[in-house]
Design a protein around this ligand. Structure first.
Ligand code: PEP
Length: 245
């Protein structure tokens, strides 16, 4: 089995019910996407988006707690996301790692909880600009992969997103060679550790736009994208999906 191609949107803390009009537009413009399409919405929109999408695209959350339930005010359990109709959850996004000081171990624990609830974990890794400038990128990515992906991960329940922190929301992207180098490392490490690691989908994320998507998707071991800002509008996300299809 080859890795499945996935165009994933991350709406972050954006969108109210009115934004679901974008789902209608996206579906109207893309009757037959040749790849999987996912939007990870704010928790409040997961169920309404599932209803609106009517099975034509997948809906995910943006975080979950490592525990199945309990006294954790403001948090959300993986099973609650699944109950709302989510199929995926983003874990270890750099904004979570920065804003909430999430560690690799916590990301791994959350990923296990996601798997237990039947969700696909979209686990994010990525170096800071200082780490890249210091020549530490490959070591950082290897350590994040080792620490953030739990044993038991498979190509069916896990997707990995390489998102250089300095490329998120900045309009800056690594060179194609830099993306290729990291994706090759990820493929090697995953293949060495997991029986079906060669089949795990690897996404690139960080300022993917309609204008650069095709070039990025042509890079070896890039099986799709995790898209922030450009996933909010169907007019931007649609062409990115088409470039992957
Ligand atoms: C993201 O939030 O995961 C992301 C990649 O954002 P952007 O596409 O806006 O850089």
């Amino acid at each position: 089995m080859a890795p499945r191609k996935l165009a994933a949107g991350n709406w972050k803390m954006n969108g109210t019910l009115a934004a679901l009009d974008q789902i209608d537009q996206l579906l109207a413009d893309l009757p037959a996407a040749g790849c999987d399409v996912l939007i990870c919405s704010p928790a409040t929109l997961v169920h309404p988006m599932v209803v609106r999408a009517a099975g034509k695209l997948a809906v995910g959350g943006q975080d979950c707690h490592a525990k199945a339930s309990g006294a954790h005010t403001g948090d959300i359990a993986a099973a609650q996301l699944a109950d709302a109709g989510a199929s995926h959850v983003i874990l270890g996004h750099s904004e979570r790692r920065t804003d909430h000081a999430e560690t690799d171990a916590q990301v791994a624990a959350k990923s296990l909880a996601a798997h237990d609830a039947g969700l696909i974990a979209v686990i994010c890794v990525g170096e800071t600009e200082a780490q890249r400038d210091a020549g530490e990128t490959l070591d950082v990515i290897a350590a994040q992969l080792a620490g953030s992906i739990p044993d038991g991960a498979t190509a069916t329940n896990t997707v990995i997103a390489y998102e250089p922190v300095w490329a998120i929301g900045t309009g800056r992207t690594p060179t194609n060679d830099q993306i290729a180098e990291v994706h090759a490392l990820m493929r090697d490490r995953l293949s060495a550790r997991f029986a079906d690691g060669a089949d795990m989908a690897l996404l690139y994320g960080g300022s993917v736009k309609p204008g650069n998507a095709a070039e990025i998707f042509a890079i070896p071991h890039v099986n799709g994208a995790l898209v922030g800002g450009a996933s909010l509008k169907a007019a931007d996300f649609g062409p990115i999906i088409s470039a992957l299809s």
